[in-house]
Design a protein around this ligand. Structure first.
Ligand code: ATP
Ligand code: LTN
Length: 332
């Protein structure tokens, strides 16, 4: 704490976490813990912007927390908490709803993608204002950096715009944060449609690898991964399926794409896919063991999120008090 720069990030408990979440975000979060004052949140309020069974939400929320810890987020170093436990998120979100414009929110590609999948008469308003709640998450902690996958870049731009807009209108209040997007593996694609990102809410379970998938499921899903008819392991945009598999292999093994391509010269896709599956399972196996252990120890998880909420609340309230004062709310 103290002089360290602040990091904030979060994931939705909209399902079990995928290899995309892990390689695109979580693995980077772990590396940042020593150098920064990190806040890692399970954003349950974001998860209800599309219809969700209460019992699934409850289960997923604890699972995501367990996934964070099992992947290497250390509760002694980082503040781990659940978004709905700190009411300042909803409160600042409301203020920001009044500061943001219908037009700019309409341009958010995540909103366009997700609303397209729903019946046009029943698109929740929460899905539309999803980004302002995300902006609130980040600004409450005066975050310097926000480590996310490539798909969140536009939301980070909005965060910067709204922070600057508030500061201009009411005087300097918020730190204007930077996105922190690592280049390789910034976007892991669906195994069934390499043009769209791997997403935990995909209706086709062959499209994603879950951190908790069994060895067999991982082998099977990679075997079925959509590639092309060229039959050559090569790294280019004409072969997006193969490129995605190389990215996954590379992110985990640390080998460059050139090395991987040369290793598979003259070999077909079958061998390559099997090897990718093994590398992935090798990475996930110890994480799975920890997840299982943690989910059997709910008391421990409870201790972590209660303490985290307390620490987060303190910082968030401080920012919210300033905001309320500046916009003209009468202090109680
Ligand atoms: P959903 O499918 O429910 O919309 P999601 O899996 O896309 O969710 P979030 O929980 O919204 O993920 O995002 C958590 C983090 O994981 C974000 O930083 C996001 O950028 C990152 N992320 C998600 N999917 C991928 C992916 N396929 N590749 C890289 N990063 C990803
Ligand atoms: N919107 C993000 C999840 C998210 C988040 C945040 C990420 C909610 N609040 C704050 C970083 C910082 C997503 O859909 N991936």
């Amino acid at each position: 704490m103290g002089d360290k720069k602040v990091i904030f990030s979060g994931m939705q408990p909209s399902g079990a976490l995928t290899l995309g979440n892990y390689l695109g975000a979580l693995k980077n979060w772990v590396k940042l813990q020593d150098e920064y004052d990190c806040y890692y949140c399970v954003v349950d309020m974001h998860a209800i912007t599309v219809p969700k069974e209460p019992k699934d939400l409850r289960r997923n929320t604890l699972e995501v927390l367990a996934n964070y810890i099992a992947s290497g987020i250390d509760p002694e170093k980082s503040t781990l908490f659940i978004q709905s436990h700190v009411s300042a998120h909803a409160e600042l979100g409301w203020v920001l709803n009044s500061l943001s414009y219908y037009g700019e929110l309409s341009r958010m590609t995540q909103f366009k993608d997700k609303s397209k999948r729903l019946d046009s008469n029943s698109i929740p308003a929460g899905l539309f204002v999803y980004p302002t709640l995300m902006v609130a998450d980040i600004l409450l902690y005066q975050a310097d950096l926000v480590p996310v996958g490539e798909d969140q870049r536009q939301h980070l731009e909005l965060t910067r715009d709204l922070a600057a807009r508030f500061n201009n209108r009411f005087s300097e209040t918020f730190k204007v944060p930077d996105a922190y997007i690592s280049s390789e593996g910034a976007k892991i694609m669906s195994l069934q449609d390499p043009q769209s990102k791997m997403s935990k809410s995909d209706s086709n379970e062959n499209a994603y690898i879950l951190l908790v998938d069994s060895h067999d499921a991982i082998r099977r899903k990679f075997k079925r991964a959509v590639t092309d008819s060229m039959g050559v392991v090569s790294y280019n945009d004409e072969q997006p399926g193969v490129k995605n598999l190389i990215n996954i292999y590379s992110k985990i093994s640390g080998k460059t794409s050139e090395t991987i391509v040369s290793e598979y010269e003259g070999k077909g896709y079958a061998q390559f896919k099997d090897d990718v599956a093994e590398v992935v399972f090798g990475e996930l196996k110890p994480i799975q063991e920890k997840i299982n252990y943690l989910l059997k120890n709910k008391d421990y998880l409870e201790k972590i999120y209660l303490l985290g909420a307390e620490k987060a609340e303190y910082v968030a309230r401080k920012t919210l008090r300033k905001v309320y004062k500046k916009i003209g709310f009468i202090p109680r």
